[in-house]
Design a binder for this molecule. Structure first.
Ligand code: NDP
Length: 293
């Protein structure tokens, strides 16, 4: 175990969730409003079932309504779109999340485009993507938002820091880069075609690893004192047991970094907390009322 500060995502997430819960109670008491989150699960992918169950439980714990729609793995795209149409119209529902991945007969882009952008609590709709990239008010993807909250809590001001984002997916890497740019970081995005990946990462004051490759980032890729946020969730077999590891080799990196998020217990819990935060924000914006202090 190295000298890096461990950023406790689990503890931070419970603070965020408690804050959402407190604001939900204020909304209920002052306006008689209970925000609602609808989650649509198509098929029976075991990991997705666990995520959906956890999201439902956390939503109820925050005092919000949770609506779950399970659809068969053979459901057609038209049926998924019809469900989204109903949820778009449903006044009780302030946030809609369609759990990804979807079965191959359902086009995820078409489904995401159908969600009312004001209810798009995943922040994946093209209007929210455009608003984020032009620095306007929007619903922001939950995982990068969680990473940003942890970084702001650790550093305070992020202005002028060199952030290297490892991975350029639409759900993590790209929105993470946009959020860090908005905080006045100098952002470098690196990916599978980047030459000299390790040298790029060594320049980072902040390194976000979101590649989906177990323990790819090694200690000698890290600038001494850097903050390392490990988004990866990888299941690996070790000594006959299945273990969860990140995209960062924790032991070697924590020898060099100034701060690091563990896996599990880092980014994962913050993602769900930010989903609840986004649902509250979405409800207040739809009702054109300020978010409680
Ligand atoms: P994607 O597979 O969509 O994207 C992976 C990115 O990593 C791509 O941009 C790819 O580059 C890049 N990449 C892959 N291999 C390499 C390599 N050898 N060298 C450099 N870059 C590489 O993954 P996601 O962004 O969806 O997820 C990333 C990880 O984060 C996964 O482990 C996932 O499970 C986890 N995750 C965790 C969440 C949480 O709540 N904690 C939420 C979402 C994801 P290219 O574009 O060139 O192919």
């Amino acid at each position: 175990m190295g000298s890096a500060k461990i950023i406790d995502g689990k503890a931070f997430a419970s603070q965020v969730r408690a804050d959402v819960g407190r604001k939900v109670s204020i909304l209920k008491e002052s306006q008689g409003i209970t925000p609602g989150l609808a989650v649509v699960l198509v098929g029976n992918d075991p990991a997705s079932e666990v995520y959906v169950r956890n999201k439902g439980k956390s939503t109820l714990e925050a005092g919000m309504e949770s609506y779950e729609y399970k659809m068969d793995s053979t459901t057609t795209q038209e049926d998924v779109l019809a469900r989204v149409d109903i949820l778009n119209e449903d006044k009780r529902v302030n946030g809609i999340l369609v759990q990804l991945p979807l079965p191959k007969q359902v086009d995820a882009d078409a489904v995401i485009s159908r969600i009312n952008p004001e209810k798009d609590v995943d922040g994946f709709h093209i209007s929210n993507v455009g608003l984020l990239n032009t620095g306007q008010e929007c619903l922001t993807p939950c995982t990068p938002l969680g990473c940003l909250l942890m970084l702001k809590d650790y550093f305070g001001d992020l202005s002028g820091k060199h952030a290297v984002v490892l991975g350029r997916s639409n759900i993590v890497g790209k929105p993470m880069g946009s959020l860090l740019l908005r905080e006045n970081c100098t952002v470098t995005t690196v990916h599978s075609r980047t030459i000299d990946l390790a040298i790029q990462c060594q320049q980072a004051d902040i390194l976000i690893a979101a590649v989906g490759k177990p323990e790819m980032v090694k200690g000698d890729w890290i600038k001494p004192g850097a903050a390392v946020i490990d988004v990866g969730i990888n299941r690996v077999e070790k000594e006959g047991k299945t273990r969860l590891v990140g995209d960062v080799e924790f032991d070697s990196v924590s020898e060099v970094a100034g701060a690091i998020t563990p896996v599990p217990g880092g980014v994962g819990p913050m993602t769900i907390a930010c989903l609840l935060k986004n649902t509250l924000t979405a409800a207040c914006r739809q009702l054109r009322i300020p978010e409680p202090e």
